[in-house]
Design a binder for this molecule. Structure first.
Ligand SMILES: Nc1ncnc2c1ncn2[C@@H]1O[C@H](COP(=O)(O)OP(=O)(O)OP(=O)(O)O)[C@@H](O)[C@H]1O
Ligand SMILES: [Mg+2]
Length: 270
């Protein structure tokens, strides 16, 4: 693993988070989750729907406080802000601002002068393939375009922590493969500490130093698979024997998680 000592690490110790529901029922979203993410490490998270992945990212961001255990980012309690790039599962673009203004919004808040802001926005819109849509409003963009604006916005402030919640889920397969390599390139320029949620086993392997497999509470962290593929990683790595072996290993782990869990709707259908 190549870490970047210049970036903060993320330390999760016995993290617990539950949500109360009207009527008094309580859902435990994350239970006893401990993980030490090295400065500059890229960790991807796989796990079935509802197992607590988004909740985990929100805890790392500081949007949520844990009920038990502790979360530290660079040895401090995390607070949301420009140093935490977050791509939300639901995009969360500002509807009344153009794509360009959405991308540059964090820089605008930080008081970055317009010429420099413009330069960053133009460069990032180009990197995500949306130069021609700089002046478009979110309502005029497809789901995949909105998702790419959200990614560019998360990168614009050059955060030292990147939290990416299924950032490519709305892209077509070909665009998604291009964006995965583009993200790797952008990430390698600064090597922020990254936590990336996905449902794609191949995407998880391609990007990560380690893949974390989550399951439902009370046992949130199920497996950690180190990915020792050399960097920089190019398209060809997807067909290498080492990649295919990792894919088979992870697919088996996830299949077992879904078919061997008595609480899963697909219990025993393996
Ligand atoms: N604000 C909330 N209020 C109540 N329950 C919540 C809240 N946020 C999450 N939950 C519950 O916590 C559990 C974990 O949700 P979370 O969104 O973290 O799952 P996820 O792994 O991201 O799922 P998906 O893959 O579908 O995005 C679910 O049972 C969900 O219903
Ligand atoms: Mg989620």
């Amino acid at each position: 693993m190549i870490a970047n000592p210049g970036q903060p690490g993320i330390v999760l110790k016995h993290v617990e988070k539950s949500f109360g529901r009207p009527g008094g029922t309580v859902t435990t979203a994350v239970a006893d989750f401990s993980l030490d993410i090295a400065p500059g490490e890229f960790v991807t998270i796989l796990g079935p729907s509802g197992c607590g992945k988004t909740t985990l990212l929100r805890l790392v961001n500081g949007l949520l406080k844990p009920d038990g255990g502790s979360v530290t980012v660079g040895e401090r309690t995390p607070v949301p802000g420009p140093d935490m790039g977050f791509v939300f599962q639901s995009f969360r673009l500002i509807p009344w601002a153009t794509a360009a203004r959405n991308v540059g919004f964090g820089l605008e808040l930080a008081g970055v002068e317009p010429a420099r802001r413009q330069e960053t926005v133009t460069r990032l819109l180009d990197r995500v393939g949306l130069s021609r849509y700089a002046g478009a409003y979110p309502a005029e963009l497809s789901g995949g375009m909105k998702q790419r604006v959200a990614l560019a916005r998360a990168l614009a402030t050059e955060p030292s922590i990147l939290l990416l919640d299924e950032p490519f889920a709305s892209l077509d397969a070909q665009t998604r493969e291009i964006m995965q390599l583009e993200l790797l390139q952008l990430w390698s320029e600064r090597r922020a500490t990254a936590l990336f949620v996905t449902h794609s086993v191949e995407e998880a392997i391609l990007l990560a130093d380690r893949v974390v497999v989550m399951g439902a509470a009370p046992n949130s962290l199920r497996h950690i698979v180190p990915i020792d593929l050399p960097r920089p990683r190019r398209d060809e790595v997807r067909t290498s024997p080492a990649f295919i072996a990792l894919r088979n290993e992870l697919t088996g782990i996830i299949r077992a998680l879904i078919t061997e869990d008595p609480n899963s709707p697909f219990f025993n259908r393996g």
